[in-house]
Design a protein around this ligand. Structure first.
Ligand code: ZN
Length: 241
């Protein structure tokens, strides 16, 4: 997925002609805002492309840039500068929202590596659920038995509810299932962080093979998470009175 053209090495300031880094937002010599050029969110923040990120420093950078790009500051500037400040403000907000969130960041970085994860996107799955068009997901093999049991319990719970009675035993089983899935979600977060470190370390040494392997494991993990999240939603729904 080539969303981004390879940036040129240097950026020549439109105002004073000085050379700047390709991803400079402002000229280092005269301080003028530089044109907006499409780039990925990491480069926009001047960051290397990594899964692990210091979100506290990212947040400081976000607020600093928000102030410096603010369109009010360019009310008397040229129309180009006004346009760049608007474009950069908008990209800044998108970049911040994406990179601050661990899962959104993971999906985004995988996307930059050419991996599309539309099925895993929380927005997409919520939309699909709302429209009643949720796609049939493949059951992770190690969950087959659990899911089979669970579906029977869910059905029993529905029948009990339909007849106006409660079924304490099934309720107990569903509550246990919910706890189990909650803890699997937590474990998957730790696993994901471990994969981030593997990938990031491999990026430092240009070890493409390890990066590819870690990416694939992230995809599997996100698939599994998405599946468990849907199960949790079903269980929580069934446990409601
Ligand atoms: Zn300049």
């Amino acid at each position: 997925m080539a969303v981004v053209a390879e940036p040129s090495k240097k950026l020549v300031c439109w105002s004073c002609g000085s050379e700047n880094d390709a991803d400079a937002q402002f000229c280092a010599s005269c301080g003028k805002l530089q044109p907006y050029t499409p780039t990925d969110y990491f480069a926009f923040f001047g960051l290397p492309r990594r899964f692990q990120l210091d979100t506290a420093s990212l947040e400081r950078q976000f607020y600093r840039l928000s102030r410096k790009f603010h369109p009010d500051l360019y009310a008397r500037a040229s129309s180009e500068e006004q346009r760049w400040s608007l474009e950069k403000s908008s990209v800044l907000n998108d970049a911040w929202r994406t990179l601050r969130d661990p899962l959104a960041r993971t999906e985004y970085a995988l996307g930059l590596a050419g991996i599309r994860l539309e099925e895993q996107s929380r927005d997409a799955s919520d939309r699909a659920a709302e429209n009643g068009t949720a796609k049939q997901q493949v059951v992770p093999p190690d969950l087959l038995e659990e899911v089979f049991e669970l579906n029977m319990q869910l059905e029993e719970m529905r029948m009990a509810k339909a007849s106006g009675a409660d079924d304490p035993e099934t309720r107990g089983s569903l509550e246990a299932a919910k706890q189990n899935f909650d803890s699997q979600m937590k474990t998957s977060e730790q696993d994901l962080q471990r994969l981030w470190s593997e990938w990031d370390a491999a990026a430092e040494t240009d070890d493409g093979e390890t990066q590819q392997a870690a990416q694939q494991k992230m995809v599997d993990l996100l698939n599994r998470r998405s599946y468990i999240r849907n199960l949790l939603r079903d269980v929580e729904e069934a446990l409601k009175n």
